[in-house]
Design a protein around this ligand. Structure first.
Ligand code: NAD
Ligand code: TDX
Length: 332
């Protein structure tokens, strides 16, 4: 394997993956990204440029995809509409990119017999009670709640069907909530960090008891590369770093890390259908492929993420006002 096609490589997790691959392997990477509101070419600044090619294009467009798939060795598919709140306002782009876009790539990969790795989320499994002793594993039944997670579940099932029906050489990974540099300010952690920088009180949906299982984006990248290199075809691997925290605790940690009082946040209107808790059991990935996270300490990872947003205001500033105006219109 010498060449990778990375869809959505100008987004949050995709760009972290491109940095990781170019810094840790000799692979050549082509990024295919539509540059929606969530894509930013500047997220790829500073990578070893000779092994990176950037192509602006839409994964829904079969003609745009065809040659790029033909000339690569493997496809790592990150491109998606990714924000739950947006999917509640307007689901259509989610159906187009997440379902039809994945279908378009699968057909091209099938035609050219290419290795395919599909990036997905723990949200396809629905949510858990706060006191449920079980965590999600690759046998947990699908039970998505939002338009976003329903489209991700659809795309996972398409990949499984292409493996079974057409013998596609594919793997799937379902990861928990990522944090780290280059995450759009619409998402929970960057929204609150940039709010504090701007002197706005952080906004907690509902009671703030909802639990997310946090993993540093760098650990997600190392897991994906491990699966790409060593994963068994047709298998699903869950990626997680035992990082469960409720939203209230995360907001308090952000405020404290930024030198503010831990109570200076507001409760706002809850997200409709808000999943209560996600939690990943990543035993299969750890025992079968020997993967372990390198950034298991959430508090120090959060502190370096705060530093990144303090030092990279030019990267996030253009998105901030428009994002907050959207939230204000929703009472959030
Ligand atoms: P993001 O919204 O930050 O980035 C998505 C990228 O895809 C952007 O660069 C955007 O321009 C691009 N894109 C969107 N539609 C496209 C299209 N039609 N054609 C080509 N490019 C298109 O998302 P993210 O948070 O980096 O998530 C990336 C992937 O990881 C998604 O598949 C998501 O479901 C999955 N995931 C995310 C998380 C998380 O915590 N953020 C956790 C688990 C899985
Ligand atoms: O201002 C906020 N206040 C708040 O309390 C925002 C933006 C969010 N929240 C809550 C909602 C969630 O319980 O914080 C939690 C995290 O919210 P998001 O960052 O929107 O992430 P989530 O909905 O959990 O989904 C994320 O993880 C799974 C990614 O956005 C998805 O792409 C991924 O599949």
């Amino acid at each position: 394997m010498k060449k990778l096609l990375v869809t959505g490589g100008a987004g949050f997790i995709g760009s972290n993956f491109v940095h990781y691959v170019l810094e840790n392997t000799d692979l050549h990477v082509t990024v295919l990204d539509k540059l929606t509101y969530a894509g930013n070419k500047a997220s790829l600044d500073g990578v070893p440029g000779k092994r990176l090619r950037f192509v602006q294009g839409d994964i829904v467009n079969a003609a745009a995809v065809e040659d790029l798939v033909q000339e690569t060795d493997a496809i790592v598919h990150y491109a998606a509409e990714s924000h739950n709140d947006n999917s509640l306002q307007d689901p259509r782009p989610f159906l187009e990119t997440n379902i039809i876009g994945t279908y378009t790539l699968l057909e091209a990969a099938r035609r050219h017999n290419k290795r395919f790795h599909h990036i997905s989320t723990d949200e396809v499994y629905g949510d858990l009670e706060l006191d449920d002793p079980e965590r999600f594993n690759d046998l947990t039944p699908y039970n998505p709640s939002s338009p976003y997670s329903a489209t991700k579940a659809s795309s996972d099932l398409l990949v499984r069907a292409w493996v079974r029906s057409f013998g596609l050489q594919a793997t799937i990974s379902n990861c928990s909530n990522n944090y780290g540099p280059y995450q759009h300010v619409e998402k929970f952690i960057p929204r609150q960090i940039t709010n504090v920088i701007d002197g706005i009180r952080p906004k907690l949906y509902g009671s703030g008891e909802n639990v997310r299982d946090w993993i540093h984006a760098n650990d997600h990248s190392s897991a994906v590369l491990t699966i790409l290199e060593q994963g068994r075809i047709g298998e699903t691997y869950l990626i997680g770093a035992d990082g469960e925290k409720n939203n209230k605790d995360v907001v308090e940690l952000i405020l404290t890390a930024m030198g503010e009082s831990a109570e200076s946040y507001d409760h706002v209107v809850d997200r409709p259908g808000h999943d209560l808790r996600y939690a990943i059991d990543s035993t299969k990935l750890r025992t079968e492929l020997g993967w372990t996270p390198k950034f298991p300490d959430f508090e120090s990872g959060l502190a370096s993420t705060v530093e990144w947003y303090r030092n990279n205001e030019a990267w996030w500033r253009p998105q901030k006002a428009v994002t907050e105006a959207k939230y204000a219109a929703q009472g959030q």
